[in-house]
Design a protein. Structure first.
Length: 152
């Protein structure tokens, strides 16, 4: 369990959505979204501009056209993207989408100018990295074979 003073994520469970970013690390998206839902007052949803530069970046970095097709078929509210913000200097920052790339591309396709995003500071994202926690167990299931994989 966590409190507003301790934003520790719950341990990973089988079936959690795990995102592996080559530079930022491995994140349990399911656990992050659960924590944000219980601590809504600590997180703000902001409009993320959907620019041609962002669109080109998303296509170059692991977006799966098949997944976009599946999302297109779904109905219901769109979850905000999860974005990690790292300040690089007084006038420079780096922004990395750790969840929502495919939904952002759907929004671009629909003609949207922005997409809702929850901005997470890099210090908190660093604390939430599964690969930085020696006690975290990353449990995944292979999509094709259904085989469970446990890595530590």
């Amino acid at each position: 369990m966590h409190t507003t003073d301790d934003l520790t994520l719950r341990p990973p469970r089988l079936g959690d959505e795990i995102f592996n970013h080559t530079a930022l690390g491995v994140f349990n998206i399911t656990a992050i979204r659960e924590l944000i839902a219980t601590e809504r007052d600590l997180f703000r949803v902001l409009p993320m501009p959907l620019t041609p530069t962002l669109e080109a970046h998303l296509w170059r970095n692991g977006v799966e056209p098949v997944r976009i097709g599946r999302l297109r078929a779904l109905h219901g509210p769109h979850q905000p993207a999860l974005v990690v913000w790292r300040e690089l200097g007084p006038d420079r920052a780096e922004v990395t989408v750790i969840d929502g790339n495919h939904r952002a591309l759907l929004a671009i396709e629909a003609g949207a100018q922005s997409f809702p995003a929850i901005v997470i500071c890099h210090q908190l994202a660093e604390a939430w990295r599964l690969d930085a926690n020696p006690f975290a167990r990353i449990i995944t299931r292979d999509r094709e074979t259904g085989e469970r994989r446990i890595a530590q």
